[in-house]
Design a protein around this ligand. Sequence first.
Ligand code: MG
Length: 209
Amino acid sequence: PISRPQKIICLGRNYVAHAEEWKSQVPSEPMYFSKLPSALLPHGGHVILPKGIGRVDNEVELAVIIGKTASKVKQQDAMQYVAGYTIAVDVTARDVQKAAMAKGHPWTLAKGMDTFLPLGPYLIPADTVKDPHNLAIELRINGEIRQKSNTSNMVFKIPELIESISRYITLQPGDIICTGTPEGTLPLKNGDKMEATIEGFGFLKNSIM
Ligand code: MG
């Protein structure tokens, strides 16, 4: 639904159970990183696993799409800047990420590889979503549930994120905020059929190659 965002800002460890599965803690303030617009992949596209990069994981996430220019926005006004929502999978080259972390390097390669951001299939208008912080969120691989949670488990909520990002970074229409993943991040393999869903948002289907 969004083809050319100026930027894609993502949350690390925004669900307690996901932080715990990696034996880490939820940060005391939002932990941001970014993915590259060139990583975007539409519904139906193939996630390409580059040879020799080791483990690559699924991370289903609620994606917030910004609707109007947002700079220094306060929490109480933040939701006015949301155009809508969609489903994202923050595909992560886990071994590459771990190696980077061990050296104190950023995650740009691990998170930014081509095809590593399936997104869609629809832009769900904000005014049709009663509460974005109470939606079932799920990811299946080959029909089996791998991630199952609810967006109510997000630690930092959308208004807080928009306030804290827009304090320093002007958000533009079409920009994307990926709000973090629940537990169940596991390796993908060639031939897998991946199906991500959020309550009322349809199904984002991609295969792994
Ligand atoms: Mg993620």
